[in-house]
Every structure is written in structure tokens, then in C-alpha cells.
Design a protein. Structure first.
Length: 293
């Protein structure tokens, strides 16, 4: 039996994002439609018995994100008190998603780690327990722990799963990086959008309220959005920096991506409703069988 395996950490797009208020702690209330993509990071997990040191992880490749800040280490630290099987886990991150791209990469890495370690360490936490832990680590972690495309309210933690039509997305990444905090603290940000409905959002209504601020602060992203618009309706995801356009057919998406790749780092991915990591969870506890005495 192999004691290692690879799990996906998929990306998300925000198909619309309205900001409807601001909480006392400074976080913003929003309404957003999350689309999962069949594209993302990969986390390699390797198990080793190390009863002396107790349950812990060793993050071999942190993609330039310092150890203690890395959401993979933070996920492990939050699960350690619940661990019942003292297995050491070596983790290697194959970072595909741009950091700070608005694709939720850090949150997705965090969620995949929570889901995997809950099995490896026999923590026995329910999905709702993991969502609660995840909420304290990042705004998009609950989405990836639930693992389904969703309508979200609150700061992104009140989730309602939705089934979105099968479509293809072309995503472009500019050279600029966007600071999520800077966008949310910009005085010009719309913070009082009218409450909309899930139905309107599913019918394609809505916009990304962060877009005017990002267009003004980052001229390169303004130009990128205009360039993408030549292929279809273009939109920023999250607070950026990435933007995307959508196609019904794979061929049309690939042909647009071939053009855009001359100017921007570009990828094509189908939308998915269910995260691939969820279907792999039942197989994880098999991996720990050799360590149970
Ligand atoms: C805007 C979204 O991309 C929508 O998917 C996400 O909610 C942002 O998620 P994220 O990058 O994981 O953000 P976090 O690391 O949780 O927050 C970064 C900073 O953005 C601001 N922030 C974030 C989310 C939110 N709903 N309101 C906020 O005001 C806060 O200043 C926070 O300190
Ligand atoms: N494993 C990780 N991968 C990416 N970022 C991480 C990770 N661990 C910690 N971070 C930190 O999280 C922050 C956000 O990274 P991430 O790539 O998730 O942003 P994002 O794609 O803009 O996400 P969102 O759409 O949720 O705003 C960065 O400041 C980064 O330093």
C-alpha cells in the first residue's frame, strides 16, 4: 500500500460580487456567486509514523510563503489539538494558482489540508466543525471545505450550494498584484449595494463592486479587462488581480486563450459544481491503516 497521495486544491471565480455593508470589525458583508474550476494547486501528502514528536506536518515547499504564515501550516496548527493518531505528514505544495490572484488559492490549500489531516489524524471533526475552524483562517475557506459551487452571503461563510451550467472560462493574470486589504479600505469602494437575490445572480445579473476601484488603482488591470472584453463579457474575480471571460464551447475558449496568451499568463478551465477533493476523502483513512496499533 502506498503511504502518499496527491490531492487537488481547486480555484474559484466570483461570477458576481456585491458589497452590501461593513461590519463593526471592518470586514465587509457581501453577496457572491462562487464558481469552482477544474484547475488549481496540488498538495502531495506523505505519511510517516513519528510517535515521539506527535502529530505534526513538515511543509517541504511553501511556494515562497513563509512557514508560520502559510495557510497550510495554520490549518495544521488549528487541527493539532484534535489529533488522535500521532502521524507525521510531509506536505509538498505544487503551486499553480497565482498568489493574490483572486482565485482563492491560499484558502483552497488551507481547506484541502483541513480535510486531509482530519482523516490522517483521526480527528473525527464534522464538515461543519471544519467550516468553523476554516472561517477563522480565511474568508473563502468555508467554500472549499464544503466543496460545492455556491451562493454566499455574510463575509462568505453563509453558503448555499448551487448547480451552475457547464461552461468554459478563460482566465488572465496581469503582472500587477492586488492587495485585498487596500481594495477593501479604499474610500471610493461601493459598500451599500442593494440586496439582490440568488435567482437574479443565477440569471447572470450583477457585477463585481471591486472592479471600479481596481480599474482606477491598477491601469494594467484596466487595460487587461478592456482587452478581454473583445471576446465576451469580462469580469474581475474577487479583488483581482485575475480577470476572466466565459464561453459555452471549449474550442472557442481555447482559441481566445491562444490569442490572449501573447499578452498575459492565461489558462482555460471548465467550471465544476463539486470539488474533486470531496470524492477522494473516503479513500484517505485507508492510508492510515498501517499506523493503527
Ligand atoms: C473578496 C473575496 O475574494 C471574495 O471571494 C474574498 O472574500 C477575500 O478572501 P481572502 O483573500 O481570503 O481575504 P482574507 O485574507 O480573509 O482578508 C484579507 C483582508 O480583506 C478585507 N476583507 C476581506 C473579506 C471581506 N469579506 N471583507 C474584508 O474587508 C479585510 O481587510 C481582510 O483583512
Ligand atoms: N498556501 C498559500 N497559498 C497562497 N497564499 C497563501 C498561502 N498561505 C498563505 N497565503 C497568503 O494568503 C494571501 C492570499 O493569497 P491567495 O492566493 O489565496 O489570494 P487570492 O487568490 O486573492 O484569494 P481570494 O480570492 O480569496 O482573495 C497572500 O497574502 C498569501 O501571502
Amino acid at each position: 500500500m502506498s503511504h502518499s497521495l496527491t490531492l487537488p486544491a481547486p480555484a474559484k471565480l466570483n461570477l458576481m460580487l456585491h458589497i452590501t455593508g461593513r461590519r463593526a470589525d471592518g470586514y465587509h458583508e457581501l453577496q457572491t456567486l462562487f464558481q469552482l474550476l477544474d484547475y488549481g494547486d496540488r498538495l502531495h501528502f506523505e505519511l510517516a509514523e513519528d510517535r515521539a514528536r506527535g502529530p505534526h506536518i513538515e511543509l517541504a515547499d511553501s511556494a515562497g510563503i513563509p512557514g508560520p504564515d502559510n495557510l497550510i501550516n495554520r490549518a495544521a496548527a488549528s487541527l493539532q489539538p484534535h489529533a488522535r493518531l500521532p502521524v507525521a505528514v510531509r506536505v509538498r505544495l505544487d503551486k499553480v494558482l497565482p498568489v493574490g490572484g483572486g482565485l482563492g488559492g491560499g484558502s483552497s490549500d488551507c481547506a484541502t489540508t483541513l480535510l486531509a489531516l482530519n482523516e490522517f489524524w483521526h480527528c473525527g471533526l464534522s464538515r461543519s466543525d471544519l467550516v468553523r475552524l476554516g472561517t477563522t483562517l480565511g474568508a473563502d475557506v468555508p467554500l472549499f471545505v464544503r466543496g460545492h459551487s455556491a451562493w454566499a452571503e455574510g463575509i462568505g461563510e453563509r453558503l448555499h450550494p448551487v448547480d451552475l451550467p457547464a461552461r468554459w472560462f478563460v482566465v488572465c493574470q496581469p503582472d500587477s498584484a492586488v492587495s485585498t486589504r487596500a481594495v477593501f479600505t479604499d474610500p471610493g469602494l461601493t459598500r451599500n449595494s442593494q440586496i439582490t437575490t440568488i435567482r437574479t445572480a443565477l440569471e447572470g445579473g450583477g457585477r463585481n463592486d471591486c472592479e471600479p476601484v481596481v480599474r482606477r488603482r491598477y491601469p494594467e488591470i484596466n487595460t487587461m479587462l478592456d482587452t478581454l472584453s473583445a471576446y465576451g463579457p469580462a469580469r474581475l474575480t474577487g479583488t483581482g488581480a485575475c480577470a476572466y471571460t466565459v464561453f459555452e464551447q471549449e474550442g472557442a475558449a481555447r482559441s481566445a486563450a491562444a490569442d490572449l496568451a501573447a499578452q498575459y499568463r492565461t489558462f482555460v478551465a471548465p467550471g465544476i459544481n463539486r470539488s474533486p477533493v470531496i470524492d477522494l476523502l473516503p479513500t484517505l483513512s485507508d492510508l492510515t491503516a498501517p499506523y493503527i496499533s
